[in-house]
Design a protein around this ligand. Structure first.
Ligand SMILES: Cc1cc2nc3c(=O)[nH]c(=O)nc-3n(C[C@H](O)[C@H](O)[C@H](O)COP(=O)(O)O)c2cc1C
Length: 432
């Protein structure tokens, strides 16, 4: 009997444009700036008992491919993109149990404001908030905040580590029982249970206490997705969830084993940090239909290597348009997403090969819902846990395929939950 695993949805391009130029997109691209698609997503995934939705974010208009914004703006790649934070309360209002995880930058957001914002949302959502901490990887993002060049990769992680330490201290600056609401004594909050923190680090300082109370979950759920050695150390120190996009089961297994060793070395219980892997299944009513859809998806990628290269350019600040597609690959380094670049370049000997072979997470899962559920079971048994982050070009059709096709097949096999056992996101996440 297999153990159950967790499900999250990785909403790439977040509160940006979905469905542009895509079959089954309907009105989604035209309505990009409204909340309806995201509310449908939250409701659909709650019906399927997902643990959480992660709302990706970035803070720049890319011009990394061909030294121009043209490629990106014409295709609505990464821009325009609204701030996902104001969407969160709307998604919370439309649901009751699913966890909500917006992305915030440790390089550009002030820690005090982040601690207060996420605590406030944790109250509004009755204990369903998480936060995806990213260091922000693009030089263009850094320039939007007044820097000429971005902070160096490893220093960004040192800053992130201190940032999260400070945020957690702010959440702890109020005891869980600080609000007494004692009408007879005329005391709302007990001053002895609220403290300054006087945090002074290398990069950040804050006196505290936080001016809202301790959030309902104590600590909202902490998430991150960096996979370089520095990213892994950052995760081992603080995180409740680590996300990774590997395209082989062997790499997934090795990553999870490495994370668990790092957690144990930091004196943490490895079971308290869930490692979740990106997959992007293609479903069909029959195996043949799924195979045909999968082949079409692969063919589209082969026909347009520039789409993959432009996306990768915006993650690594490397202009791949300057290279010959068929020349042997050069050694390339980045101050952007290092783990992502490493995985990317491993995929072939030339850029054309790399673009053709590159998969974001496990993309080649395809079949009927029951076949894919069976394969997910095998993968999880091989990897050891803890769950999957589903992603894919977001249309209402894809949402229904996952929420109403794949998930019931997983539930039938006892692999994912049929009902939420707890009110808080953290408790549901730590249940198994
Ligand atoms: C599933 C997943 C989601 C991510 N979401 C974001 C995001 O929303 N914003 C962002 O700037 N980076 C995001 N990243 C990038 C990571 O935060 C990180 O920069 C990247 O994995 C490279 O990390 P490294 O330099 O430690 O290897 C995501 C990565 C993964 C695998």
């Amino acid at each position: 009997m297999s153990s159950p695993f967790h499900l999250g949805w990785f909403l790439a391009n977040s509160f940006g444009v979905h469905g542009w130029g895509q079959a089954w997109g309907g009105v989604t691209a035209r309505d990009w700036a409204g909340p309806d698609l995201h509310i449908d997503l939250a409701r659909g995934l709650e019906r399927a008992c997902f643990d959480f939705i992660l709302l990706e974010d970035s803070l720049f208009v890319p011009d990394n491919y061909g030294a121009s914004t043209r490629f990106y703006l014409e295709r609505a790649l990464r821009a325009p993109k609204n701030d996902p934070l104001p969407l969160v309360p709307l998604m919370a209002q439309a649901t009751a149990r699913i966890g909500l995880v917006p992305t915030l930058s440790t390089s550009f957001y002030p820690p005090f404001l982040l601690a207060r914002l996420i605590a406030t949302l944790d109250f509004l959502s009755h204990g369903r908030m998480g936060c995806n901490f990213v260091t922000s990887t693009a030089a263009r993002a850094a320039q939007n905040f007044g820097l000429d060049a971005h902070i160096e990769h490893d220093t960004r992680y040192e800053m992130a580590d201190e940032f999260v330490t400070l945020v957690r201290e702010l959440w702890n600056s109020w005891d869980a029982d600080a609000i007494v609401m004692d009408e007879e004594r005329g005391v709302f909050a007990d001053p002895d249970r609220v403290r300054a923190i006087d945090f002074k680090g290398r990069f950040h300082a804050s006196r505290g206490p936080l001016n809202t109370a301790r959030p309902p979950q104590g600590s909202p759920v902490l998430v991150q997705a960096g996979s370089s050695p520095q990213g892994r150390q950052f995760a081992a120190g603080h995180m409740d969830v680590v996300l990774a996009a590997y395209n082989s089961v062997a790499d997934m297994k090795a990553f999870r084993a490495d994370m668990r060793a790092r957690l144990a070395a930091r004196g943490r219980d490895p079971d308290r940090c869930k490692v979740m892997f990106v997959i992007s299944p293609t479903l069909g009513e029959t195996a043949a239909e799924a195979e045909a859809r999968h082949q079409r998806r692969q063919q589209a990628k082969n026909d347009a290597p520039d789409l993959t290269l432009a996306a990768m350019a915006s993650l690594t600040d490397i202009d791949f348009s300057q290279f010959d597609l068929d020349a042997p690959l050069e050694e390339l380094t980045t101050n952007g997403q290092q783990g992502t670049l490493k995985l990317f370049l491993k995929q072939g000997r030339t850029l054309r090969e790399v673009a053709r072979n590159y998969r974001y997470g496990l993309e080649d899962l395809h079949g009927t819902p029951d076949q894919v559920a069976g394969r997910m079971d095998e993968i999880m048994q091989e990897v050891g846990g803890d769950g999957f982050m589903i992603t894919g070009p977001l249309t209402r059709r894809y949402l229904a395929e996952i929420a109403d096709g794949l998930t019931p097949a997983l539930q039938k096999r006892g692999l994912t939950r049929r009902a939420y056992a707890h009110a808080h996101f953290r408790d549901n996440l730590m249940e198994f």
